[in-house]
Write a protein that binds this ligand. Structure first.
Ligand code: SAM
Ligand code: SF4
Length: 354
């Protein structure tokens, strides 16, 4: 697909848009199937060394009550996932790189692998780290990593991040390459509907995903947060409904571009539309991340306004998602890792030497 064709699809409305959604769903059903895989999300700490201009838990937001779950709380959440046949968890946090942080993750990975007899798959989403750290975590049991590029147009990236060494675009790209080199299933994504973002930027994002040959994608609408610097640009935003619509079109086009990757239905979709995640499943997404963060801390991991599921415990979240996924005409792949088929075929090709 050429850039101009992608831009046309992202701008489509009415019958054209419905055709896009239908095609994406058909391709999803034909290639990765109709199942949706759960990844239990544990937002284990909101302590962050960075200051991304859009994010509610950025270091500079002094209104945030900071928390760091105990090892036992994290392991209990993971045990819930395992006992409920979620098959995988995502450990997500603010970005830290101290040696105590690195060692702690290492320890947790080993503990999860041990108690689950290696049954629980682990995705990490802990930001940019050194090549050595990524290797260490991989060897201790993490096999997927999510690191959104956020925006592939460098000018846009620099409008939504401070321009300094800690927030450098090159460093982010380098980190994605390290992850690939280490052997992870690599997931990335962008925020959709950012101020200053154009359809051409979004088409560039999709082409970047194809170029990088990603295995997984998690992308969702940008939603403003009043305690962040980017809030000042809210007059430039499309309506939330328009951002939501564009996010669905991004998912559908990506499914056509990269038929066998895993695509997550981002939680931010549900912040705009209560049926947001099942709408994404209905047009091509095949992964959902039920929130397993202990209820007492959910309100402190507020990346954006109106984040959903703040007052539903893990059991309720599970029941609610089950019902929603069935409504979208899909079934849940309980007890299955649901790894990226794309990753599997790339590896099969490289080990057969072709
Ligand atoms: N600190 C890690 C990182 O940045 O990769 C993981 C946690 S971070 C909170 C996870 C994702 O939240 C980011 O990649 C970003 O895209 C998303 N996010 C942050 N603020 C957001 C906002 N205002 N609207 C939508 N998504 C947001
Ligand atoms: Fe920290 Fe991640 Fe938020 Fe950036 S997006 S401020 S790295 S938690």
């Amino acid at each position: 697909m050429e850039r101009s064709e992608i831009i046309n699809l992202l701008g489509s409305t009415g019958i054209e848009k419905e055709k896009l959604f239908k095609q994406a769903r058909e391709i999803r059903d034909r290639t990765v199937g109709n199942k949706v895989y759960f990844r239990g999300l544990v937002e284990f700490s909101n302590i962050c060394a960075k200051n991304c201009l859009y994010c509610g838990i950025r270091k500079g937001n002094s209104n945030v009550v900071r928390y760091d779950l105990s090892d036992n709380e994290i392991l209990d959440a993971c045990r819930f996932a395992w006992e409920n046949k979620f098959a995988s968890v995502v450990l997500q946090s603010g970005e830290l790189s101290s040696s105590s942080f690195v060692k702690r993750i290492d320890r947790l990975l080993k503990a999860i692998k041990t108690f689950s007899g290696n049954e629980l798959g682990i995705t990490l989403s802990c930001g940019e780290q050194t090549r050595e750290t990524y290797r260490r975590w991989y060897e201790s049991g993490a096999h997927r990593y999510l690191l959104r590029i956020e925006a592939t147009n460098r000018n846009l990236y620099e409008k939504i991040h401070p321009v300094n060494k800690l927030h450098s675009f090159e460093r982010r790209l380098q980190a994605l390459h390290y992850l690939r080199e280490t052997g992870y299933q690599v997931g990335t994504g962008v925020m959709i509907g950012l101020p200053f973002q154009t359809l051409d930027d979004l088409a560039g994002d999709l082409l970047f995903f194809r170029e990088l040959d990603i295995d997984m994608c998690g992308m969702g609408p940008y939603i403003e947060h009043e305690d962040t610097p980017l809030y000042e640009c809210r007059h430039l935003l499309q309506t939330r409904k328009e951002r939501f619509d564009l996010a669905l079109k991004m998912i559908a086009v990506l499914r056509i571009l990269m038929p066998d990757i895993n695509i997550a239905a981002a939680t931010a979709l549900q912040a705009i539309d209560p049926a947001g995640r099942e709408k994404a499943v209905a047009i091509g997404a095949n992964v959902i991340m039920p929130n397993l963060t202990p209820m007492a801390h959910r309100k402190d991991y507020l990346l954006y306004e109106d984040k959903p599921c703040l007052d539903e415990d893990a059991e309720l979240c599970k029941q609610c998602l089950e019902a929603r996924i069935h409504l979208a005409g899909s079934e849940i792949g309980y007890g299955e890792w649901g790894d990226s088929k794309h990753f599997g075929s790339r590896h099969a090709k490289s080990s057969s030497g072709s």
